[in-house]
Design a protein around this ligand. Sequence first.
Ligand code: ADP
Ligand code: ZN
Ligand code: ZN
Length: 732
Amino acid sequence: MSVLRLAIPSPLRRLFDYLPPEDLPLAEVDKLAPGTRLLVPFGRRKVTGYLLEVAQASDVARGQLKRALTVIDQQPALPADLLQLCLWASNYYHHPQGEVFSAAFPRRLREGKERQPPGQAGWTLTTQGKGLPAGALQRSPKQALALALLQNGQPVSAARLQAEAISPAVLRALAEKGLIERCTIAAETRPASSRPGLNPTDEQARVLSALRADATGFKCHLLEGVTGSGKTEIYLQLITDCLARGQQALVLIPEIGLTPQTLRRFEARFDADIAVLHSGLTEAQRYQSWEAARAGTAHIVIGTRSAVFTPLANAGLIIVDEEHDGSYKQQDGFRYSARDVAVKRGQLLGCSVLLGSATPSLESMHNALSGRYHHHRLTARAGTAQIPELSVLDVRKKPLSAGLSAELVAAIKAALDRGEQALLFLNRRGYAPVLQCHDCGWISECNACDARMTVHRRENRLRCHHCGARHTLPADCPHCHSKHLLAKGLGTEQTEVRLRELFGRYPVFRVDSDSMQGRDSMAALTEEINRGEPAILLGTQMLTKGHHFPAVTLVAVLDADALLFSADFRGEERMAQLLTQVGGRAGRANLPGRVMLQSHYPDHPSMQQMLTAGYAEQARNMLELRKQGGLPPFGQIVVLRADCSDARYTEDFLAQLRQEVGTSLPAGVSLIGPLPSPMQRRAGRHRFQLLATALDRKRLHNAASLLISRAESMKVRKGLKWSVDIDPQDLF
Ligand code: ADP
Ligand code: ZN
Ligand code: ZN
C-alpha cells in the first residue's frame, strides 16, 4: 500500500497521510516526486497539499485515510534544493511545514492552479501518433499536413501551424483521435552580457580580487562598506562574473522604494533578463518572474524578503543588500529572516552569499569578526565624494519652530541658496502624536490600544497607528466640550507646513507612508529629486534607505533624542544604524556633505560615540556589551507570545505553560515571564510574552520544541492565540 505524506497549510505542526487519487496507476504513484502539488480534501475544504514522500505504511488506519483528489503537477513544482530549504526553515523557525511551503509559492500555485512555464504553446505527437504509418489520413489533407509537420518528432508552435493555414478545428480533430497533444515549447535561454563597469578604486579592487578568488562553492561574505563606498559597483561586477559563467544571480533588497533605482542601475549595466519580485507588482507579474527564474530564462532576480524562496535553475550568487535592515524579518505568521534563510540557501546550493551594508547587524559583524564569514571592508567613498562632516546641534533652551532651530533653518537656507538640496529626517508621520484638551487634560487615547491617536490635520482625522482606528478630528473636547484643544508634539505634516512658510519658493517633498501611497509614487519622486533642483526633502525612515540623491548636501535629524532611549536591547544598534544611514544620504556626489543632529543630550555616550568613532567602532563596542549581557548574537532568544481579549486569561495561560514545562526544561535555558508586552493592549487584545534564553542554540531549540508541544496540548479558550518567534527582532 502506498501512502502519500503531505504538508498541508494549517497551523498543525505535522504531516498528513492520504491515499493516492483513485485513477492513478500504481506505477505512477511510486514515481511521484517530493515537491509535487496535489489537491486534497481537508476538513470541509479542498486544499493544495505538498508531497514530501511516498510511504509504504501509515499510522492512520486504512479505513480512516482520505483519498487525494488529483495530482496537479506533472513535474514537482518546487525543485529539490528549495524543498530542502523549506524543511530546514520549518524546523529552524518551528513553523508548520505546510505554511512554510505556502510562503515559498506564488499565490497562483498555492491556490492549486496549473503552472504556466514560460514558452510558447505548441503541439506534439502522442505515442499513438508516432506509430502512425506514413500517408495515413489521406482523406483529410489538412490533418495530413499537420501530421507531416509534426512527423520529425519535434513539437511545433501553434503560431507556426497557424501560419501553415491549419485551423484550431483541425488540431482539435487530431487530438480527439489521440494522435497529437498540446505542449509548451520551453523558452530559449538567451546569453546575457554586461557592459563595462567602473574602474575600481584600490579598495574595491582588493575586495573584488578576494571575492573572485572564492567565487565558486558556498562561502558567506560580509561586505562592510561606508555609505557611498561603491558596494553596489562590487555587486554589479560580481554579477558580471556570474553571468559570464552562465549562472543566475539572486539579489535581495529591503524595500519596494528601492526597486526602481536599483532596477535602473542593473538595466544600464546588463543586457540580460531581469525578473523582479516584490509586493508592489500584480500577482500575474510576480508569477511570471517566478517561472522565469525557475526556468532559468531570467538571469538576474531582484526582490524583497520573500524572493529568497524563488526557485533558480542555475544559481551562482546570492546578494543581500542592506543586510541589517529590519524588513528582512517577517513580523507575523511565518517569522523568518530572509537574510538568514539566504545564507542557508547558499549553503544548500553551494554558491556564494554576499551580505552588504554600511551598518552591518551585530549578528553578521560577529560572524565576520569570529571568522565564520569572510570580512571585506570599504572605508572610503568612491569617486570624488567625501564622508560627510557630522555634528550635534545642541538645542537646549533654544526656540524650536515645528522642530526646527534657528541654526538649522539658516543651514537649510544656505544649502538652498547654493542650489543644493536638504534632507530632513523625522520618524513620526502625521501632524502631531497627540491631541490634548487645555482645559481638562483629556488626551486622544485609542479605545483599543495602550496608545495615543495621532492628529492628521490634512485629512482632518485622529488615527491610531497601531490598530488603524480613525475618527474625525473633534472640534471640541469630548470630555468637557472646551474648544481649546492642543496638538502636542511633532510630526512630518506639521514640519512640512512650517517649511513651506519659511521656504515658499522651493519645493518641499514629504516622504512617508501617508504621502507615498501607490506603486509608482516613490519612483516619480526619485526622478523629480534627481533632476537636482534645490528642494527640501522631509521624511521618515522611508527616506533613509539606500537612496542615492546626488544633490543632497545637508542632512538633519530633527529629533535625534527620540532614538536614544529605547527599551529594546537593540535600541542602540538601531539608532547607530539609522543615524549613519540618514547621514549617508549627504554629499554622495561631488559636493561636500554635512549632517546635523538636533539633540537635548549632546553629551550622551551613544551620541558621542556616533560623533567620534563611527559605526564600525561603535559596533565593536556594542558587541562587547552584548557579550557581557549574554544577549544576541552571543546568547539566543525565543519569544512565545500570546494574546486575547482577556488580560488575566492570557497571562494565566503563559504562567501555566511555564509551570507545565517546569523541570523538563533543558539545562542552561532560562525562562523569563510571563511579562506584558511593551504595548500591552493593541487592537483590543491583551499581549503577554514568555522569553526563553540560552547561550547554546541547540538547547534553546529543544526548549522551543518542548514549549510548543506543551502549548499545543493545553486546552485554551477559542480567542487565545499564541505564536513563536525565533531570533526576534523586537521584543514587542
Ligand atoms: P554604495 O552601494 O556603497 O552606497 P555605490 O556603489 O552606490 O555605493 O557608489 C556610490 C557612488 O560612487 C555612485 O555614484 C557610483 O557610481 C560611484 N562609484 C562607485 N564606484 C566607483 C568607482 N570605482 N569609480 C568612480 N565612481 C564610483
Ligand atoms: Zn476637556
Ligand atoms: Zn489603536
